[in-house]
Ligand binder design. Structure first.
Ligand SMILES: Cc1cc2nc3c(=O)[nH]c(=O)nc-3n(C[C@H](O)[C@H](O)[C@H](O)COP(=O)(O)OP(=O)(O)OC[C@H]3O[C@@H](n4cnc5c(N)ncnc54)[C@H](O)[C@@H]3O)c2cc1C
Length: 385
């Protein structure tokens, strides 16, 4: 089977590898280059801790296992894969019962979630008033750009082809079926086309004749100067989970703090729906910085190296859209992963492969694959907010 993948972000790279491994003839097209979209704008958390029971958590559990397999296959260093675990704390003892109840629900769904009575044993530099937390040993981290490059290189070693600087502009169709794509450098024929265009998946799907609603959700990330290892896990407060799940348009900030191999500390991330507005407002990074200092008071003396931002691909549900589109046979979507596209990429890739090659889609999704299908959207327009 000849498959064209539109987009060389983390989703496109992992999908190329899954399909090349399965013996497909794969061609990856990107208008820029590998990792140039949102994949280079996030933090690289591979989290199960921030998801409540349901299809996304099921997919995340499969994906976490697959990230471990990729680290063995390609090399943990090539991905900067670190199985460091996550710690969720709350400054507000009144919300502890709710935090524990959430963790109990996750544990029933297969997550390793352990209550810790003194989080300082895990994170000695946390603010003294933060005592109790939940420890999630399965949470992990990758460096998204390095990882996407390494995975796509691996796919190419298995026969996939990669064409950067190629913009998909429309569909090739025959008898109501998609038979390839039109690009700014010529037509590319295919038996199937995978829409892995991330935040631009809405525009690409529209150009291919079957629009899905993917919207941009802006986020800022702060990067400190290299520091000693003050932060050992991914550390965040319980309200992060609420913000991730919320679909409000206004600004939400609840920080996640984590160290990197290079010694820098990443402080992310805000969430707001402002279209593709790239304005750099100091007030949002300032809010994130203040939250990080309330977790780790030592950060008050740290300097920032830089602040960057990106646009998460956000579906209104907000679940990713993964699977064939009945309106346009030959088209399979794999986009709209919001703030979890790095974590969910390997399982998304296996789910796309199962859809295309007649595999067990529920097994690939770790649960209900139908929850991700594009047919769930009531409207068929995908215009931005
Ligand atoms: C601030 C922030 C923090 C984040 N933190 C995390 C995190 O910790 N963990 C996590 O899992 N996720 C995180 N995310 C989300 C994650 O980065 C995304 O979900 C993920 O990168 C999406 O990958 P993708 O491959 O779908 O999209 P992208 O990486 O955007 O790739 C899409 C590609 O499609 C290409 N393209 C677009 N249109 C066309 C066209 N017409 N023709 C050809 N090519 C085209 C683009 O050039 C791009 O390279 C974060 C995002 C942000 C903004």
């Amino acid at each position: 089977m000849r498959v064209v993948i539109v987009g060389a972000g983390m989703i496109g790279a992992c999908t190329a590898l899954a399909l090349a491994r399965a013996g497909c003839e794969v061609e990856v097209l990107d208008r820029l280059q590998v990792g140039a979209g949102t994949t280079s704008r996030g933090e690289g958390n591979v989290l199960v801790s921030d998801k409540g029971p349901g299809p996304e958590l099921d997919l995340a559990l499969v994906s976490r296992r697959l990230w471990g397999d990729l680290a063995l296959e390609i090399g943990a260093d090539a991905l900067e894969f670190e199985a460091k675990g996550g710690v969720v704390v709350t400054p507000d003892t009144a919300s502890l019962p709710a935090l524990r109840e959430f963790a109990d629900g996750q544990a029933a769904a297969g997550v390793d979630a352990r209550t810790v009575d003194d989080v300082h044993e895990l994170e000695p530099h946390l603010a003294p008033e933060l005592d109790v937390g939940i420890w999630y040993p399965q949470d992990a981290q990758v460096q998204p750009v390095l990882a996407a490059h390494a995975i796509l290189r691996h796919a190419c070693a298995l026969g996939a082809r990669y064409r950067p600087g190629t913009t998909v502009v429309g569909a090739l169709q025959c008898g109501g079926r998609l038979t390839g794509v039109r690009t700014d450098t010529g037509d590319v024929a295919a038996d199937a086309v995978v829409n892995a265009a991330g935040t631009w998946g809405g525009a690409v799907s529209e150009s291919l004749g079957a629009p899905v609603p993917v919207l941009p959700r802006r986020g800022f990330v702060l990067v400190t100067e290299p520091l000693p290892l003050w932060v050992r896990h991914k550390v965040y407060t319980a309200d992060y989970v609420t913000n991730v799940a919320a679909s409000t348009e206004g600004l939400e900030t609840s920080c996640v703090v984590e160290s990197t191999r290079g010694g820098t500390i990443l402080i992310g991330a805000s969430r707001e729906r402002v279209g593709y507005d790239t304005t750099m407002l100091p007030s949002t990074p300032a809010r994130l910085a203040a939250q990080a200092v309330s977790l780790f008071p030592r950060l008050a003396d740290a300097s920032l190296l830089r602040v960057y931002r990106g646009f998460r691909p956000y579906c209104p549900d907000p679940l990713p859209v993964i699977g064939p589109d009945d309106r346009m046979p030959g088209l399979v979507h794999a986009c709209g992963h919001e703030g979890a596209g790095i974590g969910l990429a390997p399982a998304t890739a296996e789910l796309v492969a199962a859809h295309l090659l007649g595999g067990d889609v529920d097994a690939a999704a770790g649960g209900d694959a139908a929850a991700f299908l594009p047919g769930r959207f009531a409207t068929d327009t995908a215009k931005e907010t």
